[in-house]
Design a protein around this ligand. Structure first.
Ligand code: TXA
Ligand code: MG
Length: 349
């Protein structure tokens, strides 16, 4: 397939993209979180194509993207008041809500589930594209299965060139981590995937919100409710370990392991905040930005993981970036990338 790549998409190219979707084709598009791989959410054949292009098992449901509130009853029924309240506060934006699916949404789109994930992105290209596509765009993140979600069009091209009809360039994704997923189909709302919209944000609008215990634990032992959370999505090729502990001990521990790695002829990498840049004796040291501004870390994490792959790094150590709010999402993705391999430097010689 010949993929058309559109830099600086204007209204006429966005309308062309919309016609591709309506005709059952695929278009990758930017959003404020990560790039999406879009198809017509109401067309079962489009869902099948998405799974094929992505190389993803078809039991993993897709998010339906809308561009206006009137579209919501088109894909969901028995919509609780909480959904409207949340939409008022966080839509358009990086929040996905799980609702009861209406019959118009094919099972192919929801991976066989009777519920549907819905999100209204704030990115302007995304909104115009969804409108041009008829209002309902099913899209997973635009990476090939097993790679980090793409936060730059370069990575979309790397993964999907030749597999989709068109790629809309929107530069770098501002947030850099996938949307928060909140299940509101049951009495008590549950976060299925942490993201930019935090538990505290959600609780301030609809009261107590809990977190699916399945997303906190080790992947191999937990059973997350969002089917996609069970896959080891974000693993870099290199062996990644997250190191907790006091600053001094973390630096000491990592440098010791790096030295051993070099002795074994391995290519090494470190992920640190800006204050650690000159502390580590690795082949490549990556800067997440400031630890005090987790939005800088979220915006750079997936790019860093991809770069390590391209640079052929075998052994990677990352500092831990713990904290409230968005740091929860950052650590969720980092720990997934590490396959939950962690060390506490304070308890290690
Ligand atoms: O920010 C985002 O959400 C991006 C952009 C493109 O919008 N999309 C994204 O899609 O991350 P994807 O497919 O990579 O992740 C969707 C997640 C998966 O873990 C999937 O299992 C879960 O949402 N999901 C979708 N529908 C669901 C449902 N009905 N019930 C529970 N989980 C669902
Ligand atoms: Mg994904």
């Amino acid at each position: 397939m010949n993929t058309e790549i559109v830099n600086f998409p204007d209204q006429s190219s966005i309308e062309r993209a919309g016609r591709i979707i309506k005709a059952g084709g695929l278009v990758a598009f930017p959003t404020e979180t990560v790039y999406g791989l879009g198809g017509d959410a109401l067309n079962p054949e489009s869902a099948r194509k998405i799974y094929e292009a992505k190389g993803r098992p078809s039991d993993n449901p897709l998010i339906v993207h809308i561009s206006e509130m009137q579209a919501l009853p088109g894909v969901a029924h028995d919509i609780p008041d909480a959904a409207y309240l949340l939409a008022e506060h966080f839509w358009p934006g990086p929040l996905t809500m799980i609702l009861k699916k209406s019959d118009s949404v094919p099972r192919e789109t929801t991976g066989g589930l009777s519920t549907v994930a819905v999100r209204m992105p704030s990115d302007r290209t995304a909104a115009a594209f969804i409108r041009a596509s008829g209002g309902f765009v099913a899209a997973p993140s635009a990476n090939r299965s097993g790679k980090p979600s793409p936060t730059d069009v370069l990575y979309v091209i790397e993964d999907l060139d030749g597999k989709v009809d068109m790629i809309l360039d929107g530069g770098r994704s501002v947030i850099g981590l996938e949307s928060t997923i909140l299940d509101i189909t049951e009495e008590r709302p549950v976060i299925l995937r942490p993201g930019f919209i935090t538990r505290e944000d959600l609780s301030s609008v609809i009261g107590n919100v809990s977190v699916d215990p399945g997303i906190i634990g080790d992947d191999s032992r937990s059973h997350p409710k969002a089917p996609g959370m069970k896959y080891r999505h974000y693993a870099p090729k290199g062996d990644l370990t997250v190191v907790y502990g006091s600053r001094e001990k973390v630096i000491e521990y990592i440098n010791k392991r790096l030295k051993e790695g070099h002795e074994r002829g391995l290519r090494t990498g470190v992920i640190t905040d800006e204050t650690g840049l000159s502390e580590y004796r690795a082949d490549i040291v990556k800067n997440t930005g400031s630890r005090d501004r987790p939005s800088e870390i979220s915006a750079s994490l997936y790019r860093i993981l991809r770069e390590f792959d391209d640079e052929g790094v075998d052994l990677i150590y990352s500092e831990a970036f713990e904290g409230p709010g968005l740091s929860q999402a950052v650590m969720n993705r980092l720990l997934k990338a590490a396959g939950h391999k962690t060390v506490n430097a304070d308890q290690n010689e």
